[in-house]
Design a protein around this ligand. Sequence first.
Ligand SMILES: [Zn+2]
Length: 461
Amino acid sequence: MSKYNPKDIQILAQKVVEIVTATPEKGQHIGEIEQAMRELFQEVGQRSLQMLLEAKGQAQKRTLACECGGTLHYVAQRPATVITVFGRVRYKRAYYSGCGCGKGKAPLDDEYRLKPGAVTIGLANLLSLAGIQFSFEESCAWLKEFLLFEVSENTVRQETERMGELMTKMEAAWIAQSQREDWLQMRQGQNEPVPETLYCAIDAAKVRTEPRAKAGQPKEPHEDWRDVKCLVWFEAEEVPLALQTGRDRSKTARQEVPRRAVRKEYACAITDTTQFGELLWATGCQRQADRCARLVFLGDGAPWIWNLVQTHFPHAIQIVDWYHAEEHLENVARAAFATDVRQQETWLKNAKQALWEGRVEDVIRACQALADDCEEAAKNVSYFSNHAERMRYDRFRQQGLVISSGVIESGCKQIVTQRLKLPGAQWLVDGAIYTAKARAAWLSGRWQTLCKQRAALPLAI
Ligand SMILES: [Zn+2]
């Protein structure tokens, strides 16, 4: 089971018991004992790391070759501090300087990718993981319970945003790739699995950002609302009977197979539609969207969404998310029969039934009948007319397609609302988008990939 020699563990454990029981005031009940042990392990961790770094940081040579081609000379064992998962660790390591170029070098720091004063990669992972879940302020309080030491709000922010920056770089590489004809062609010969039916849902949510202060100028007092555009690629599978919820069972009752979204991959950006289109195409190519047999887009009525789909995936099936369409009917019913609840319910029931059966023309007629006295109804005559072909729910259901994703709604909520709209949240555009992208990476199961990339990158990312 253990990665380590049981005898070694035994020796260490005996010592731990000895130390903890030697301070009886810390061993009143199990919680205190646990806490005392955690504090002890932490100190041992710090000391062990220090010992290890100092042993490896001994000067090996009097001189070293400098990057510039010159020569560096050994100066002394110089101290440095890094912030690790055990807390601050101060260590001494060989330091070289004296080259004509003026640069200095600590070979140990390069070897272990340590940056004096900064956090290690191990800690950066944990900090950013907190930073995508909670406000940076709350992250600090939360992390303190887990780590047993304090980290500044700014550090959590920096590390979280750095994850988003990495995700941005990964996306930029995908975008470049997806615009190369040879790469697109090359995939045809490969045996990568192509899903039979692939879905994509697109939506946007608003985030409040502060205008960026120009150098030397005071910040302008007004605030901006920016659109965070979100997309999620997913496949659908039937919900196993044992996992079906009440809502699923009501779907079964009306002859809809309850399906759930699987292999969800999110992307988001605060950009114009054209650039978002590049991201849509690039992330789609990663999922073989251009090669699968059936490609389905779900969205609300926003024209920019359908224009993008038309541009990049003209052969895809377009569906107005059932819940959005349903919402529109509810708005009409409420506006037209504000005082008569029974009439409201009857109208809504009939209209929903017609929509469910794909009789969009009946829905349009029902709205038209109310349009003279009700602005909401008049507005929705054009809404249902414009999207009639995207609401043939009878046909979509026959084809076994998901019509009521809820996926991107919850995706937008998860990426934007739950994190970016926390009380008191104030964002610069970059901070908002990097945090959102880091969060999207986590929700897409891409966190470990990002961590590995981060560990492999040179320090100055
Ligand atoms: Zn040099």
